[in-house]
Design a protein around this ligand. Structure first.
Ligand code: IVH
Length: 666
């Protein structure tokens, strides 16, 4: 029967997609193209759309669910999730070995060593092979139910090959270093506090009430334990790791088994040196007695097992010299001192500079120019000056004094009472304007290519621009006389300036550099208020009533719009033709993320510009011509040669109707 066939196809698609995803994410060995995967995924979505009664929790379409309201539920672990005792040096490890051997008597232990992944421990519950619940460790007894967020992690199988009615798989949820770096970069741009280390970032991501956000955070998972061995017959940690792998879990491959502690120590020392070459952060090595029978004999204390221990790596530190302290002015006018260091290798990178934050920080730590200092990477990423080595002083060191005048314009600087920051308050300061312009034209803001710092400096020197609105008054003959600027680059720049008028209010708000208004707040405010006038008129109450807009952003927005210079700036931008309204019909999202789209033919339900912006708001890119890189062509009525080219190249083509349906997908 037709119905049976469709149902069989559904099962087949679920299995196939699950397997391809396993190959891609867990094994890192994809066997089909992203495109083919997407096609199968869409087919599954179509069947499930027609038969919602067939949707099950283990379907690959169910990874990203709805917002959770009212916080996370508590969940009591079947068996407590133990923590580990710590040791910090070789002798403490030898001491652990002596205790184990004393307790075991005649029988010698074998040790399995694993990397200690810097993430957070999670308990995954599978009932009859289906993932039903994911819980944080919490205090070891009771954790938080973060199931919806766990589902979004692609290296966690939603279904495993086990008939056990209740199986608890334990391991570490972590954020790869690349994802961590990208997330922090974005947070700094959005004027949010960056996460101190990948572990905090992973924990913060798992505690989101909206699984959509967790899904974007690129978390992963390594399995290393079970909560009880019900349903599986295993005798050792080594065997367990093999079984977890067979269950299609992601198991860290760097584990090894040794017969004596000296070999373990040698292994630890190799990893201490090599750890920063890994794509994820590790803060130590876990040493476990291999045999489960021996583990049982050794037993546990209330909180920690007697059969395992964590060797913690020391944070990487290095000594170097402060060659000088230089001060730069940012776009908000704040002067930031930074130490220029004698280059030194630290945690995988060469460090030449470290921020010193402000005057007080330098004074508190008593850091002097010429000092030998100890630097450290906090959470393995951000270099930080721990402090000077006073014994290394020669007497030639100099105490740093914050300059009384701005290094950019020479005007006196001010430090307000109660603030640590020293500021340049000259609205005409060329250094501050240059930074403002650099931000204004940057990719996530107005996206004006061709206005690099050297060009901006010349424009400022020639008094061709005084603020960002002047960019829109630039003329070709003013540009062609600049150093390094020809006919072609002038045309390109003017073209980019012209195109920037249509980026929409969200980006304009971000580009203006209003304190605390990052790219995300810009989008939220634009969507809510729709036009710059409505936003400028909004009261503090109206602003704080917006979801995700707190008093800090609200006050900053108010303060910005009551300033008459800023009002004037907005007016001039509007007069220059910059679109200060937001597309409100179509919400932002990620359904086009990574797509390179070409529009062809006439669209009936929206303008080209609207279509383009809708794609961009959803993470896609629109280009003018069909090439091998194009991933999708939208064909309206009477499509032209682009349509034929797409056919020839085998590029997927969709109709306007399908396009609109895609836009509404989230
Ligand atoms: S075994 C009873 N193995 O370290 C055994 N833990 O300080 C419990 N961790 O809470 C844990 N990598 O979050 C184990 N390969 C690994 C680990 C690991 C990281 C974390 C875990 C645990 C903490 C204990």
């Amino acid at each position: 029967m037709e119905q049976d066939k469709t149902y069989d196809r559904l099962q087949e698609l679920k299995e196939k997609l699950d397997f391809y995803s396993y190959q891609y994410y867990t094994l890192d060995k994809p066997t089909i193209s992203d495109y083919d995967y997407d096609m199968l995924y869409r087919e599954l979505e179509t069947i499930e759309g027609a038969h919602p009664e067939w949707i099950t929790a283990d379907s690959p379409t169910q990874r990203v669910g709805h917002k959770i309201s009212g916080g996370f539920n508590k969940y009591t672990h079947d068996r407590p999730m133990l923590s580990l005792g710590d040791v910090f040096n070789d002798d403490e490890l030898r001491e652990f070995d002596r205790r184990v051997r004393a307790d075991l008597g005649e029988e010698a232990p074998q040790y399995v060593v694993e990397l200690k992944i810097d993430g957070l421990a999670i308990n995954l519950i599978y009932e009859n092979g289906i993932f039903v619940r994911g819980v944080t460790r919490g205090d070891g007894i009771v954790g938080e139910d973060v199931t919806a967020n766990i589902r979004t992690i692609k290296t966690i199988p939603l279904k495993i090959n086990s008939a056990s009615p209740h199986l608890e798989i334990r391991g570490e949820v972590y954020m790869p270093v690349s994802a961590f770096d990208a997330l922090n970069k974005q947070r700094v741009e959005d004027e949010l506090e960056p996460f101190a280390n990948p572990r905090n970032a992973a924990a913060g991501s798992l505690r989101q009430l909206d699984p959509q956000i967790t899904a974007q955070r690129k978390l992963s998972f390594f399995a290393y334990a079970v909560g009880g061995t019900a349903g599986i017959d295993i005798k050792s940690q080594e065997e367990l790791l093999d079984d977890l792998k067979a269950f299609r879990f992601h198991v860290n491959k760097e584990h090894k088994t040794f017969d004596n502690m000296e070999e373990v120590i040698a292994f630890i020392h190799t990893w201490d040196k090599r750890r920063n070459t890994l794509p994820y952060a590790t803060d130590g090595i876990v040493v476990k007695v291999n045999s489960f029978a021996q583990q049982e004999r050794l037993g546990n204390t209330v909180k920690i097992p007697k059969w395992a221990i964590a060797y913690k790596f020391p944070p990487e530190r290095a000594e170097t010299k402060v060659l000088g302290i230089s001060v730069t002015v940012g776009r908000t006018g704040v002067l930031t001192p930074a130490a220029d260091l004698e280059p030194v290798r630290l945690a995988g990178t060469t460090v030449k500079r470290a921020t010193l934050h402000n005057e007080d920080y330098i004074a508190e730590k008593d850091i002097r120019i010429g000092d030998t200092v100890i630097i450290q990477k906090a959470g393995e990423i951000i270099p930080e000056v721990i402090g000077p080595v006073p014994a290394a002083r020669t007497g030639a060191e100099e105490i740093f004094v914050m300059p009384a005048r701005c290094p950019g314009c020479g005007e006196p600087v001010v430090r307000r009472e109660g603030e640590a920051a020293t500021r340049c308050v000259n609205p005409q300061c060329p250094a501050v304007i240059a930074e403002k312009v650099a931000h204004f034209v940057s990719r996530d803001a107005m996206n004006i290519d061709g206005l690099g710092s050297a060009i901006v400096r010349q424009l400022l020197e020639r008094r061709l621009i005084h603020d960002v609105a002047d960019i829109y008054a630039l003329e070709k003959d003013e540009l062609t006389v600049l150093d390094g600027f020809g006919e072609k680059s002038a045309d390109n720049l003017l073209q980019a300036v012209e195109e920037s008028k249509h980026v929409g209010l969200a980006r304009v708000l971000f580009a203006l550099g209003i304190r605390f208004v990052g790219a995300k707040a810009g989008r939220i405010l634009a969507n809510r208020f729709g036009s710059v006038e409505a936003l400028a008129d909004a009261s503090l109450e109206e602003l704080t009533a917006v979801d995700e807009i707190g008093p800090r952003i609200a006050e900053s927005v108010r303060a910005w719009f009551v300033n008459t210079d800023n009002q004037d700036l907005v007016r001039r931008l509007g007069a220059a033709g910059v679109d200060l309204t937001a597309e409100k019909k179509i919400a932002e999202g990620t359904s086009f993320s990574g797509e390179i789209v070409v529009l062809t033919g006439r669209l009936e339900t929206m303008s080209r510009k609207e279509a383009q912006r809708a794609v961009e708001n959803r993470g896609g890119k629109c280009t003018g011509s069909v090439t091998g890189k194009t991933t999708l062509v939208v064909a309206g009525t009477e499509p032209g040669s682009k349509y034929e080219k797409a056919q020839a190249l085998g590029t997927p083509v969709i109709s306007e109707e399908e396009f609109v349906a895609w836009l509404q997908r989230e």
